[in-house]
Design a protein around this ligand. Structure first.
Ligand code: SF4
Length: 238
């Protein structure tokens, strides 16, 4: 979306005196008061901003962790996609920057469209799940396919590296996730043919009614195997 508004990247200097968010609407760039958003989580912030500005904006926001400068806080994009590494959310919190909201309507000018489309088609064809079993498996499971593979190879970090094979793998495996919780595969990018992401729903138990996108291998590993937790619903809840 940022590219569609005409920018390759943005650099934010300094710190606001009170909570703000940055609104980029093509060429119009304004800093707006975010005091009413401060203290709210990413879901609430995303909903409030889209209600006010329209659903055709992209929202990169922090929640309470970023506000309080938790060192590993992430920035969440449109609720579900995370810039999760290196505490970027902490940096936004330190700047009193609750969110960056972007609407871009300019499109992208391509220098050599024929060449681009030719290469894109070649790449797309090479990613056809019918081409190889490996691609088909990745399309079905996404990165969660690594859970069982790493157990076979003996390279997990079970209970903070006390073991390398998780003996409760069946409880949190990719097959269990797909069989019991995933309602459909989705793509995180409009044009990706792999659709390796998952939309899951929990139908009963203490977390009944919860739903979301993914999770990746790393979440199930960090909140499950690494901690010795074999409750997949609790991991999804997290
Ligand atoms: S772009 Fe998204 S859907 Fe496509 S392979 Fe990557 S993570 Fe999966």
């Amino acid at each position: 979306m940022l590219k569609y508004a005409g920018y390759d990247h943005i650099v934010i200097h300094g710190r606001a005196e009170s909570p703000v968010y940055l609104l980029i609407d093509d060429d119009e760039v304004v800093i707006k008061d975010a005091s009413k958003l401060w203290g709210h989580d990413v879901y609430e912030t995303d909903s409030t901003l889209k209600k006010e500005l329209g659903r055709n904006v992209c929202v990169a926001a922090i929640g309470q962790a970023g506000e309080n400068m938790v060192r590993f806080a992430s920035i969440m994009f449109d609720r579900y996609r995370a810039a999760a590494k290196a505490g970027a959310g902490c940096v936004m919190g330190a700047k009193n920057l609750k969110a960056v909201v972007v609407r871009g309507s300019k499109g992208i000018r391509v220098a050599k469209p024929k060449v681009l489309f030719h290469i894109a088609e070649e790449l797309r064809n090479s990613l056809d799940p019918n081409v190889s079993q490996g691609i088909a498996a990745f399309s079905r499971y996404g990165t969660t396919s690594l859970l069982s593979l790493y157990n076979v190879l003996g390279c997990h970090s079970v209970r903070n590296y006390q073991d390398v094979i998780f003996d409760k793998m069946e409880d949190i495996s990719a097959d269990k996730l797909l069989d019991k919780y995933v309602v459909r595969n989705i793509s995180c990018s409009v044009n990706c043919p792999l659709n390796c992401c998952h939309w899951w729903e929990i139908r009963d138990g203490p977390y009944a009614g919860e739903a979301g996108a993914k999770p990746e291998y790393i979440v199930i590993n960090s909140m499950g195997i690494h901690l010795g937790v074999n409750n997949l619903e609790a991991i999804l809840h997290f």
